[in-house]
Write a protein of this length. Structure first.
Length: 193
């Protein structure tokens, strides 16, 4: 009986080690999948705040928006653009041929504070102007990173952070106005502030 119990305990220890190794491997695979998914979105941006009634094509929105914030974007720089399927004012997703064009447009997003739909589409109806929201650009983040940024922004609204943003698919935060940006890799980084 004692030998049998010792054998079973040895098997249990070995099984626990295998499970631990497999859990580590699964976590690593999730990280690799997230990195790969984000890499496929590297050249994409989401444009929010344009009611569908304001424009005739999504490419038109991209070009007018770029012109309004003084970023040189030509039609040939756009690989594809279309509306995303969501409730309310549907965001536009645009994938650029070149990462540099995407980065230039994204970095200039702070100039959007003074841009309104009526500035870009002066012939828009009053109903369209009322339906329009604030115009803003987001990186097209993979779901894990999108949720991470959402949680960081929640902490920012609670006053625990000064700012939270993404750059090239990486999530950054600042805990004080004069502090250095910190990269956030997972939820634990936010919880351990």
């Amino acid at each position: 009986m004692t030998k049998q119990q010792d054998d079973l305990e040895t098997e249990l220890v070995a099984a626990r080690e295998r499970i631990s190794e497999q859990e580590d491997e699964i976590a690593e695979l999730y990280d690799l999948q997230d990195d790969l998914e984000q890499y496929t979105r590297k050249n994409s941006l989401e444009i929010h705040g344009f009611p569908e009634s304001a424009y005739t094509s999504t490419e038109e929105v991209v070009l007018k928006l770029a012109g309004a914030i003084n970023v040189d974007v030509k039609p040939e720089d756009i690989e594809i653009s279309h509306k995303l399927n969501s409730k309310g004012v549907k965001p536009i997703i645009v994938k650029f041929q070149n990462h540099k064009v995407k980065s230039n447009l994204y970095k200039a997003r702070t100039k959007l504070r003074n841009v309104r739909v009526s500035n870009l589409f002066p012939s828009a109806t009053t109903a369209t102007r009322v339906a329009s929201e604030r115009i803003f650009l987001n990186e097209n983040l993979a779901s894990f990173r999108r949720e991470l940024l959402k949680q960081a922004n929640k902490k920012r609204k609670e006053g625990l952070l000064v700012s939270a943003w993404s750059m090239d698919g990486k999530i950054f935060i600042k805990t004080s106005p004069d502090g250095r940006p910190l990269r956030v890799y997972d939820k634990n980084d936010l919880e351990n502030l």
